[in-house]
Design a protein around this ligand. Sequence first.
Ligand SMILES: Nc1nc2c(c(=O)[nH]1)N[C@H]1C(S)=C(S)[C@@H](COP(=O)(O)OP(=O)(O)OC[C@H]3O[C@@H](n4cnc5c(=O)[nH]c(N)nc54)[C@H](O)[C@@H]3O)O[C@H]1N2
Ligand SMILES: Nc1nc2c(c(=O)[nH]1)N[C@H]1C(S)=C(S)[C@@H](COP(=O)(O)OP(=O)(O)OC[C@H]3O[C@@H](n4cnc5c(=O)[nH]c(N)nc54)[C@H](O)[C@@H]3O)O[C@H]1N2
Ligand SMILES: [Mo]
Length: 774
Amino acid sequence: MSKNSFYTPYKGPAGGWGALQSTTKHWLKSDNAVRNVFTMLKTNQPNGFDCPGCAWGEKHDPAKIRFCENGAKAVNWEATSRRVDADFFKQHSVSWLNTQSDYFLEYQGRLTEPMRYNAQTDHYEPISWEQAFAQIAESLKAQEDPNQVAFYTSGRASNEAAFLYQLFARAYGTNNFPDCSNMCHEASGYALISSLGIGKGSVEIDDFERADAVFVFGQNPGTNHPRMLETLREVVSRGAQLLTFNTLRERGLERFQNPQNPIEMLTNGSKPTHTNYYCPKIGGDMAVVRGIVKVLIEMENAAQKEGKAIFDHEFIEQHTQGMDAYLAKVEQTSWDDILPQSGLSKEEIYHCAEVYANANSVICTWAMGITQHHHSVATIHEIVNLLALRGNIGKPGAGTCPVRGHSNVQGDRTMGINEAPSKAFLDSMEKHFGFPQPQDHGLNVVQTIQAMQAEKVKVFIALGGNFAAATPDTQATQEALKSCDLIVQISTKLNRSHLTIGDNALILPCFGRTDIDQQATGVQRVTVEDSFSMVHASGGVMEPLSPEQRSEPAIIAGMAQATLGDFPLNWEELAGDYSLIRQHIEAVIPGFKDFNQRIEHKGGFYLGNSARERNWATPGGKAIVHTHSLPESILPKKAQDLASDSTLVLQTLRSHDQYNTTIYGMDDRYRGIKGERQVLFINPADIKRLGYQEGDTVTLRSLWDDGVERKVSGFKLVPYSIPAGNIAAYYPETNPLVPLNSHGEFSYTPTSKSIAIELEPYQEPASKIASVAN
Ligand SMILES: Nc1nc2c(c(=O)[nH]1)N[C@H]1C(S)=C(S)[C@@H](COP(=O)(O)OP(=O)(O)OC[C@H]3O[C@@H](n4cnc5c(=O)[nH]c(N)nc54)[C@H](O)[C@@H]3O)O[C@H]1N2
Ligand SMILES: Nc1nc2c(c(=O)[nH]1)N[C@H]1C(S)=C(S)[C@@H](COP(=O)(O)OP(=O)(O)OC[C@H]3O[C@@H](n4cnc5c(=O)[nH]c(N)nc54)[C@H](O)[C@@H]3O)O[C@H]1N2
Ligand SMILES: [Mo]
């Protein structure tokens, strides 16, 4: 048998029968199949719940089934009938659970009752809600400084939960809001605010129907935003250009078979999702865009000789500042720097420039392939500059489209989950609630871990997520977490974070999106915001598994009431009726006028976007064109000095069977992987050059100048279509390799997509081989 028996290149389209088959499998795996079929039909419907999968938006079309394969996985994973209850924790110690895989932990089922860790027995034991809230209140009140507490948020929290949570933390006295966004689209927010005055994308979903060209940078929608594939193939089908830039050849960006199209399914047809596919090197996108702009300058010079123009001079003149300096910088940047860094040929870059120049409206989309580098902010500024050259912001069919991750990560920011809130937001909070807001900026994810290391953060409260596994530098981070006095996790499922604790920890089990949320005044709905700034209601459809589970707003209100009493208001009243929370949101945050009425509108309502209106909320009142140098090297400075010919650049990404740290299964269908996650995608020439053979098992060691050894072992080499010098492997297994202070300039986002790596041969320990064989 070949050493890579788990690998067979995948030739089919994305979607199609494979997706249907997989959806069925995950239905059955949930132990709740029949109930979940009905549940699925409510996904993203006006009278149902917002899919807990990704943040891609929807056109309002009542006739349509609105879920994809991976949305089905997310729903089935949440809506399982398996339970992790007091008995479960009685049977299993925390130390034992810690030896189990991430897959095992979450697979055990839903958390059903509040639990407190007992360090003497090393087991979680049941505790009443009142006792849990009292313990939290006692611990919060005991801190000398409110900044010793960090309030983490993962992007599934609803607007109502997020608003209440930030109100609680600010009333308590801190802006310490590390959130998943810090590891995700922070660079997008930072770059867009500093250039266009608003951190959100400027396009609406309908713009895709009008764009002459769409440029897709660094994302894998086949897995992470499957509903986007339909949009992409429609763009191609109507004859518009679709240029995709990805280090890997991702199947979803090549062809898509729509499972909702019976003829296509029966004839096994499929349609392309791109017109041109480019494979830049990891981190090479800024150089690609710079090259495109360099060609555009040439084209503009030639056009001017004929009295014509390529650039939109009126837009540049009226709406931007700093363009001349930028264009001068581009002219100074030599092809000798651009081409090797980009990994594309000059011909390819010329073609991209021609497509761009011939299109009257262009959308640029991007995700983690762009945001998780050292120079991500600079790269996004470069994309914005490209768009600005031909006025491609604030006109139909054109604009910026950062494709968000978690289903409500964008809404959480809108609600004030922000460690660096704007003055306007704090003033509005103060005016409405009548108490002084903490003014000092708080800690982001990286800074929170650093503060834990320095024993400056002592209490960690998490509204969802899996901080211990999602964050970089796993070993150091986990030590930091263990040093906390108290860890509180509001969660749906058991994960590594519940096991990475010191002496005191609480698990507070909450409802998910699919659960019916019954409160004092009746069944409640929540709201969420998608990538296109559409806000809509979401209501669960499943009876909760246990009467001891509570909603996120109820849990936050319980903690707040115990800690702060009625300051600044009666918390429990709010938890009893979410429309009251929405009234406060309406009073504090622009765009939410008549909030309670407008959520009745099918398909939701649009929050508006100032950049789309060509209204630039920047200091000078114009869009700011930023000028950056190309990075000297893709590797961060501290790794560069240690790098050699054998150093490779690693990007860490998601398989098709995972949702961030949640592992649904061991396959990665579109990349041809079955039953294995310890794989390393590598260029065949690199396998040979470095003296290995396909299927060899290696250790990955990352380079950093602090003398700490960071390595992971047992990864099998898979020859793959990836540029020479670049490699890819799954997250979270590779997070031990990302040094904590290797983060994006300005964004503080861990550089999870550009890690300097050396490979070493790895010999499986005999004991492990024996246990696998058994
Ligand atoms: N099913 C499912 N859906 C999800 C998630 C999930 O885990 N599972 N996660 C959600 C979240 S929180 C997020 S943020 C999004 C993530 O969505 P993506 O950004 O699509 O996630 P990644 O798997 O990290 O994929 C990164 C992609 O960028 C490419 N890439 C990496 N580096 C570079 C580069 O330097 N240049 C270019 N051009 N390409 C590069 C990789 O080859 C890969 O295709 O998805 C959301 N949706
Ligand atoms: N190396 C590397 N690291 C990365 C990334 C990468 O590409 N590479 N990506 C980064 C990105 S983009 C992100 S967004 C982060 C993700 O970081 P997180 O958001 O912290 O992680 P998740 O894995 O999404 O969290 C999963 C857990 O959330 C809980 N949960 C699920 N649904 C709910 C709910 O409705 N309510 C509550 N309260 N809890 C719920 C469950 O207990 C589940 O175990 O990881 C980042 N880390
Ligand atoms: Mo994300």
